[in-house]
Design a protein around this ligand. Sequence first.
Ligand SMILES: NC(=O)c1ccc[n+]([C@@H]2O[C@H](COP(=O)([O-])OP(=O)(O)OC[C@H]3O[C@@H](n4cnc5c(N)ncnc54)[C@H](O)[C@@H]3O)[C@@H](O)[C@H]2O)c1
Length: 418
Amino acid sequence: MQYTITVFGLGFVGLTTSLAFAEKNHKVYGFDINHQRVHLIRSGKLPFAEPGLDSALIRHIDKNFSITNDVEAAVQASDFVFLCVGTPSDEQGAADLRYIYSAIDLFSTILNDGKHRVIVVKSTVPPSTTKERIIPYFIEKGLTPGENFSVANNPEFLREGKCWDDAIHADRIVCGVSDALGESMLRSLYSEFDAPFFPVSLNTGEFIKYLSNTLLATMISYSNEMSKIADVIGDIQIKEAFRILHLDKRWNGSNMASYVYPGCGYGGYCLPKDTRAMHAQAVSKGYDPLLLQNVIEINESMPRYMADKIKQAAKPSNRIGILGLSFKPGSDDVRDSSSAKIISLLLDAGYNNILAFDPVANEAFDRQYNFKEITYCNSLKSICESSDILVIITAWDSFAGIDRKYPDKLIIDCRYFL
Ligand SMILES: NC(=O)c1ccc[n+]([C@@H]2O[C@H](COP(=O)([O-])OP(=O)(O)OC[C@H]3O[C@@H](n4cnc5c(N)ncnc54)[C@H](O)[C@@H]3O)[C@@H](O)[C@H]2O)c1
């Protein structure tokens, strides 16, 4: 069965979702309010670095996948509407739903035309949001979800840097559903994907996503807490200790083990905001989540902890070379990057001789943070040769071996990587 789908939001999740459905031979219309992003995508270029997605875009643009300006016509023709817009933290740490509402405002007027569609919330929203906030939002507009159209959620589990592979070879498809027709349409849409399909209640669908992200955040904060304990005790080979921990057969070689490893805190778009949102959601429902509170506090303490280590080793006049600016290797996403927090603390303390290098994210970092005082280097060699002290903040593979290549350089390895 070939479906027509409109996707709102063409970021990591929306663009990947659009192209994955296009790859399965569905007809996909994409819409985004960011004109610069739209312009790039239309010309066949990705707005971010994402291996595999670039060739998928070239394969499908203006064929199965087209950008639309006429949202109403696209939704009119569609069987599914996917909402993949951002859900950042608001001032209290809760998920800000304004982009979801603004997307709904663009197409809600045509939902009463007699065609049954499924409106799918793919953005990450805290458990109970679809049921208690999004469905009521449609009802306030005089619409009848469940009758004229179905509302569902479908959390996304892709990892940045592996978006395409994770979408095409998904390990599970989870759909929070509210009626049988919506469930069967989603089951049919995903039938081309070789992954188990789990229809669950609306709240369960959302909960599963937070179960995943808060567990990852917890494992990272646990590891960081243990690294701090090891530091105060002293004479503990932290890197070695964690590597030996991973040899436990109970991990069974799992990739998950890499999250039980210390560093300078989790960053990026998802783990910080989703952990805060789950915490805020629990508090709003009357439960004070002690573990999540500490996971967040440990994470927030890490940039200062690392900046203090650098300050102990360096004088303000030293040239400090920051290696890695993206929030993780394999990506040029610099949202909530540890490097930005550490650089900011160093600048505040009068360390103004900062050099920086990332294999792919120099430009994105400069655009987002606009630190006037730092000098960007265009190669690993140039930053290593020009700095007095090197600080590894993102564990890019290409940084391996710099300790052997520059044996006289002091290197502070915030990722226990070398
Ligand atoms: N990035 C990830 O690794 C990841 C993984 C799983 C889930 N998620 C979740 O998916 C959602 C999207 O994340 P992302 O990383 O793709 O975000 P993103 O910031 O890369 O993209 C969101 C896009 O939505 C657009 N947008 C905002 N309002 C709009 C509107 N009314 N109509 C059309 N477009 C609109 C923005 O311009 C932007 O391009 C979030 O809820 C996020 O938590 C992200």
